[in-house]
Write a protein that binds this ligand. Structure first.
Ligand code: GLC
Length: 471
């Protein structure tokens, strides 16, 4: 019997990993709203445009769950796909009690946001989204609405001068001119007004009937509003309110009053981008396909969020995607008009793995040469052509053709041909990172470029070589 359980849990653990890890290309559409409602507030429109210029951002999932290297929050949710692990797993109540005590041990003494901001900036990242509160309800900021927070006396880290972690992260990254995004989970599995002790917990939703206990739900709405208000008033300029937990939405159930939240947010943070993820309507200013990217450009702003390894949460065994894979993803995403929000989970001690820094350094070296085709670029038809992906400058003065590679070193053929439509009149064609003078001609509507012999054999270029075509 025991054996079967072990075997099953290994199988389930594998399934869990697969669910977390799928970083493939799909149409991604089930992850995003089909009815995009464009914002009308000119300040929001302006900020969205600025945000699209950033193209590459850092996502961080962090909380006491990291002590168990456990999937962020989900292990306390009795959804049928969730499998608990470890010594408390046999009994839900015992497990949840132990989970809720994790803050008593949370002491990330290595926390050094300057180190992260430096590594991220060097990699060409220009915005950050941080989990101020995940579904488990633990606040990584100094909220006044609950004691389930990083600054509560029971949390060892509360004595640290950098205890208000969200503030430290936001202030540090802002100093490095990052745009700032606050991830906030609408559902809160610690709140008695969401998962009420009176009833057993059966899944991710409230465990009581909101129609029978309207005052409880009203209290929860108030609590949520107050917490978001704290984030929107006490934490400097916030550019993005990234709301997760799309099952808390209007339509009879769990209506959280987004119009009120967004109005308050924008009163305090003019132009605030609101991302009520996966809730189609005016409060989803951009779509957020998760661990996937759309096959084609989408007619509205979007961002792929993806973990650098297999999981959002730090695990010491996590396998980081290769630098080649990460650069190729960035190129593909940007050529389709999206932003890439790449997650690195800090450990319980408060740092990333050495591999995460290595990947960022590799991406940074690539960005130093090729970043001009990424930052502030816009998609351009035909978007891609086999292994080549296109972007253009906002003012159409240059088009970039990224020649992606399936090995770290780019091997260029004798000639490359690009089916680009812009710019109409070509002045110059260069290969970024080289001083080569390239000759080109138009052939059957395609731009044909001759690659000098020395560059074919050894371009010295890594991951993807970028041709710049100037008007
Ligand atoms: C998924 C996960 C959640 C995570 C989010 C990030 O919804 O379930 O835990 O925070 O993705 O995009």
């Amino acid at each position: 019997m025991k054996k079967t359980i072990v075997a099953c849990s290994v199988l389930f653990a594998a399934m869990l990993t697969v669910k977390q890890a799928t970083a493939q290309e799909t149409d991604g559409l089930h992850h995003m709203s089909k009815e995009y409602v464009a914002p009308t507030d000119p300040l929001v429109i302006k900020k969205l445009d600025k945000w699209q210029d950033q193209r590459f951002g850092l996502f961080m999932h962090w909380g006491p769950y990291t002590l168990w290297e456990e999937v962020e929050s989900w292990s306390i949710c009795p959804d049928d796909w969730v499998v608990r692990k470890g010594p408390y797993s046999a009994d839900y109540n015992v497990y949840r009690e132990a989970y809720e005590k994790l803050p008593n041990e949370f002491n990330p003494v290595d926390f050094n946001p300057e180190k992260w901001a430096k590594a991220a900036k060097n990699a060409g990242m220009n915005y950050v989204v941080f989990t101020t509160k995940h579904h488990d309800g633990f606040c990584m900021f100094d909220t006044k609405q609950t004691d389930y927070k990083i600054t509560a006396p029971n949390v060892p880290f509360s004595k640290n001068p950098k205890a208000n972690i969200a503030r430290e992260i936001f202030d540090t990254f802002r100093k490095d001119s990052f745009m700032i995004g606050a991830y906030f989970s609408k559902p809160d599995w610690h709140s008695q007004d969401f998962w009420w002790k009176y009833y057993p917990v059966m899944g991710r939703n409230t465990n009581y009937n909101i129609k029978m206990y309207p005052e409880k739900w009203a209290a929860f709405k108030e609590y949520t509003y107050r917490q978001i208000e704290e984030l929107m008033t006490n934490y400097g300029t916030i550019d993005i309110l990234w709301l997760d937990g799309g099952w808390v939405r209007p339509g009879g159930k769990q209506e959280i009053d987004m119009p009120k939240i967004a109005a308050m947010g924008r009163k305090n943070q003019p132009g605030l981008i609101v991302v009520d993820r996966e809730v189609p309507g005016e409060f989803e200013n951009y779509a957020t396909p998760e661990q996937t990217l759309p096959e084609k450009p989408l007619p509205y702003p979007w961002e792929t969020c993806m973990s650098m390894g297999d999981s959002w949460t730090y695990t010491h065994t996590d396998q980081m995607k290769s630098s080649l894979k990460l650069v190729t993803l960035l190129v593909k995403i940007v050529s389709r008009g999206g932003n890439f929000l790449l997650n690195i989970g800090p450990s319980a001690k408060g740092d990333w793995t050495p591999q995460a820094y290595e990947r960022l350094a590799d991406i940074g070296a690539w960005m130093k040469i090729n970043g001009e085709g990424i930052h502030a670029s816009r998609p351009v038809a035909p978007y891609s052509d086999n292994n080549v992906f296109y972007t253009q400058r906002k003012d159409s003065s240059a088009t970039y053709a990224f020649f992606t590679s399936d090995s770290d070193a780019v091997k260029l053929p004798e000639t490359v041909a690009f089916a680009i439509e812009k710019p109409a009149k070509i002045k110059r064609v260069t290969l970024l990172g080289t001083k080569a003078k390239l000759s080109w001609k138009l052939n059957n509507g395609k731009l044909e470029i001759k690659i000098p012999k020395n560059l074919q054999q050894q371009s010295g270029l890594k991951y993807a070589a970028t041709f710049k075509v100037e008007a």
